[in-house]
Design a protein around this ligand. Structure first.
Ligand code: MG
Ligand code: ZN
Length: 367
């Protein structure tokens, strides 16, 4: 016998003498909310780039420390094959946009970024990259310019924010501008920033004063590759969270990019790509060490797209890989997502790249 009745709006189902109460479940225990969010972007880092790093490093990578993974679709508003501008804007604003567009929607409307929202909500914010800080990926979190090549306009947009930490190259777009006579370094110093560069001190020797926002330029133009001696990204990954944690009681948002995996793959250069992958993985390890210690930090690692159609070929062995590429540009292959810490349960299944934005906001309970 089966009887359904409504009792005070609650459906009660009686089945063979057992009574089920619908809608009277105990409320779910509150999910722990992250205080800090660190988004790590490996530019051009598809599954093969990760695998090549792994199998060139005695079958060990820090990405193996992540308990949660997902797959992500990367296409742009106007193209199946995204570029880094549209890819990063999907992360920063949650909207699909056109290739080449930085922090603006497909109809060129500026979109409010995670970094800007974090700042408005009182969190400390930071960007670090192994390319110029005005390059497409970091720029998409802070600038609103429908042309990724307009580096000087992008640099000027940095001054419209109160970003707490910048680490990257592209000093010349701030200090030797062609489009106007502004000296953005002086303007930043007037706003209270401590600005220094690779010419003053290597990042290893620099102690960021938490009383001031800080900028460290790693290069006049683009930083060198790892194989040509660049070594600051893992150092940035160690110093940035510690600094940002002291800049606000409300937490922080940091985006750190392994920028040159992409460039090496554009050039179809396997040793360079693997070196850049391993450098980025070292940075990931530093971030995970912080997050483990801190316990309140959501860490997400992903890529804007795959580059090169990289593959590990027949004839490869552990620590001795035969690599091939099928293109000098990006591909549409899905890319991996790795998540750690409170809020990491949001990241699973097959996601769209815009969901990096929406799921970070869900994890933070921002609405
Ligand atoms: Mg990039
Ligand atoms: Zn690229």
């Amino acid at each position: 016998m089966r009887i359904s009745v409504m009792l005070g709006g609650v459906a009660v189902l009686a089945l063979s003498g057992l009574v089920y109460y619908k809608g009277t479940a105990h409320p779910a225990p509150p999910r722990p909310r992250p205080k800090n969010v660190i988004l790590l972007i490996g530019d051009g880092m598809g599954l093969t780039q990760v695998s090549a790093g792994l199998y060139s490093n005695h079958d060990r990578l820090n990405v193996e420390r992540f308990p949660v993974t997902a797959m992500m679709k990367t296409h742009a508003a106007n193209a199946l094959i995204t570029d880094s501008a549209a890819g990063a804007t999907a992360f920063s604003c949650g909207c699909k946009t056109r290739n080449g567009y930085i922090g603006v929607s497909a109809n060129k409307k500026p979109c409010f970024t995670l970094l800007e929202e974090a700042e408005q909500r009182g969190l400390a914010t930071g960007l670090a990259a192994s390319c110029s800080i005005t390059h497409a990926t970091p720029a998409s979190f802070i600038a609103h310019v429908p042309d990724r090549a307009d580096m000087e306009q992008i640099a000027a947009d940095f001054l419209k924010t109160s970003v707490d930490l910048l680490i990257g190259g592209g000093q010349k777009y701030f200090e030797a501008r062609k489009s106007d006579a502004r000296d953005l370094r002086r303007e930043m110093e007037e706003k209270g920033y401590a600005v220094s560069s690779f010419k003053d001190k290597p990042l290893q020797e620099l102690n960021f004063d938490p009383a001031q926002p800080n900028v460290w330029f790693s290069a006049w133009e683009e930083p060198a590759s790892v194989l040509k001696g660049r070594d600051y990204l893992p150092v940035a990954a160690r110093k940035a969270p510690a600094f940002l944690a002291r800049r606000s009681d409300k937490g922080f948002f940091l985006m750190l990019e392994g920028s040159q995996i992409d460039w090496a793959c554009h050039g179809n250069k396997a040793p360079e790509a693997i070196a850049e992958m391993l450098d980025f993985d070292k940075a990931i390890g530093e971030i995970l060490d912080f997050a483990k210690q801190d316990g309140q930090t959501l860490v997400i690692v992903t890529a804007d797209h795959e580059t090169g159609g990289m593959s590990i070929q027949e004839g490869s062995a552990m620590d001795s890989l035969e690599i091939a590429f099928v293109t000098g540009y990006h591909t549409a292959a899905m890319v991996p997502v790795f998540a750690y810490g409170p809020g990491s349960e949001q990241f699973h299944g097959v996601m769209d790249n815009t969901e990096i934005y929406t799921r970070i906001r869900l994890a933070l309970d921002w609405h």
